[in-house]
Each structure stands twice: as C-alpha cells, then as structure tokens.
Design a protein. Structure first.
Length: 256
C-alpha cells in the first residue's frame, strides 16, 4: 500500500537540487530565480535566490489554499498561480516563513535544468538507484503539471530505502554516491554557514521557535538530528551519530 508524503515531498526537491549542483546544471544556490525561470523575470520572484527558496526565507507571501486549489482543481498554469503570490511580506533572507510557493519554484527550476518532468527526474536520479521495490507516484493537474510541495506516494519500505540513502551519506546499497556527501551535510544543517537566525536551531528564531530549518528540512533544537515532515505526522527522521533512521506514516488528525 502506498502512503502520502504530504510535505515530506518538499525535502525530496532539496535532494535533487544537490544532484543538479554537482552536475553543473545549477551554478550556485546563491543564483537568482531569474537565471533559470525567465517566465518569472518581471515578478518579485526574479531576485530571490535558490538558497532563500530552500530555507523558506524568500519573504514572499503565500496563500496556500488559494494557490494549490487554483493549480490542482481549477487547472490554472503553475506560472500564473505563482504570479498571484507576487508580494513580499518580508525582506528576502531575513525571516523564516514556511511557504509551498517556495517549493513550487524549486520544482520548476529542477524541471528546467534537467529538461524532464519532476517524476522522471526523481525516478532516474533517486528511485531506481535506491532499489525501490514498487512504483511511486506524484499528483499532477490536468495540464500534467506537478504539485511539487506534497502528494508524493510510496510504500513504507521504499520510504525507508530513501532514508537509508540519506543515513549512508548519499550512498546507496551498492556503494554508489547517488547524492553528494556535502549536500547531505547541508540537508542535516551541518554546512559551514553561520548558525544564526532566521533558521538556526535552538535560537528561538521567528516562526521556528527552538527548531531549525535547512534545505527544505527541519532540524531538531539540539542540531543533532534532522527530519522531513508531513502535515499529518508523516516523518523521516535521521540521526547520524546513532545511525538511526525512522519512517512514520501514520496520520494524526491534529496535524503537527
């Protein structure tokens, strides 16, 4: 049986960004969106960096219900939908503000640089390489456009295979380096950037409390573990020091 990831899907986008960087498909995470998506060149999105998208510090406003509803159920173009979110609530880079729109832009950049659909990218770069035993699926609208921020579906055993790839510093069961090791460190909040607000763990940053945030990934207050999280309790939890990975797909009606 397949289980929905909900917002764990956001973190899957971040994994692919690391592969795109290593291949030279993305020059730097400090590059602006306009380098990759000319369709957004006349919007506030244009000057937002990939790093700010990854860390949810773009400052862009989000109407989650309106955006996802228009994209999935009213069949609006993804670029048209993003243009409705074209308003800065905060200066870019200054404040953590969780937003599906940020992940949508990351997904579009991935499709632009790999020149494939999101599903094809994840299939060839991750799914086949972890030895998945079942097909996964992603939700699209009638235009065939992917819902990048949620709605990935897979079996528990295959989610665990993905978690073991991360726990093994990006190497699969055959020893192949599928995801760069330094990118896995970044996902876990162990990169060289200063550990300060707006996203550092244990600092009581605005909108985060004592938790931290890295590349579409959550960091525990101690900074020793990181996790992917879905709206209703879905979880991939990783602690390298204890060689522990946990996958949880049960649903909690109270959300987080």
């Amino acid at each position: 049986m397949k289980f929905a990831s909900f917002s764990m899907h956001k973190s899957f986008n971040a994994i692919l960004v690391g592969i795109a960087l290593e291949r030279g498909l993305i020059g730097s995470i400090d590059d602006p969106v306009s380098n990759y998506l000319p369709e957004l060149a006349t919007t506030n999105w244009a000057k937002i960096s990939i790093f700010q998208l990854l860390t949810m510090t773009s400052g862009m406003r989000q109407d989650q219900v309106g955006m996802i509803g228009a994209h999935l159920f009213k069949n609006k173009s993804v670029f048209d939908v993003l243009k409705t979110q074209d308003h800065l609530d905060f200066r870019p880079g200054e404040t953590f503000n969780y937003s599906d729109a940020n992940t949508y832009v990351i997904g579009l950049i991935l499709e632009a640089v790999f020149k494939k659909s999101w599903a094809e990218i994840f299939q060839t770069e991750i799914w086949w390489k972890i030895g998945a035993e079942s097909n996964a699926s992603v939700l699209t609208n009638e235009r065939g456009e992917t819902a990048f921020s949620a709605y990935f579906n897979a079996t528990p055993r295959d989610y665990m295979r993905l978690s073991l790839l991360l726990l093994n510093k990006g190497r699969n069961h055959s020893g192949d380096q599928v995801v760069p090791e330094n990118w896995i460190a970044f996902l876990g909040g162990k990169d060289e950037r200063p550990k300060v607000c707006p996203t550092a763990p244990g600092k009581n940053c605005k909108n985060l409390g004592r938790f931290g945030y890295s590349a579409q990934t959550w960091i525990t207050p101690s900074g020793k573990s990181y996790f992917f999280q879905g709206k209703y309790g879905q979880l991939i939890f990783l602690n390298e020091a204890t060689n522990t990975s946990v996958v949880m797909l049960s649903v909690g009606l109270g959300g987080n």
